[in-house]
Design a protein around this ligand. Structure first.
Ligand code: ZN
Length: 133
């Protein structure tokens, strides 16, 4: 499924809005994310840091887990908003890979504050996910 420009814009806008809620006193690097499900729903997330650093969670996984907790199980695209264009980390890519029908078709769009953006497929960023299912 090709995503319309309007849908991509809505995803980026949702990610940017979610970034406002980031809790990142340690890194000072707020990130917002938005994930699009195959049922057409959008879920957002922001990074949430903890004084016990290992408990920190990325914006991407917050968005994905929110969607999963609402019964969603298949995703089409992910948008990220940060001060610079960044791909998801490896942990988020692994989580994502478990809930997409096609690594080749899943789209990841990352945007900075000036609207500069980059897009990848999940296959480009994470060609060999762990899978024992
Ligand atoms: Zn991550």
């Amino acid at each position: 499924m090709d995503l319309s420009d309007e849908l991509i814009e809505a995803l980026l806008k949702t990610a940017k809005k979610a970034r406002e809620n980031a809790f990142c006193p340690f890194s000072g690097f707020p990130v917002g994310a938005a994930v699009l499900t195959t049922r057409g729903k959008i879920f957002s997330g922001c990074n949430i840091e903890n004084v016990s650093f290992g408990l920190t969670i990325c914006a991407e996984r917050v968005a994905i887990f929110k969607a999963l907790s609402e019964g969603e199980r298949d995703f089409l695209a992910l948008a990220i908003s940060a001060s610079k264009v960044v791909p998801p980390c490896g942990a988020c890519l692994q989580v994502l890979s478990q809930f997409v029908s096609s690594l080749q078709k899943f789209l990841i769009i990352s945007s900075d504050e000036e609207g500069k953006f980059q897009r990848w497929t999940l296959a480009q960023l994470f060609p060999c996910p762990f899978d024992d299912l």
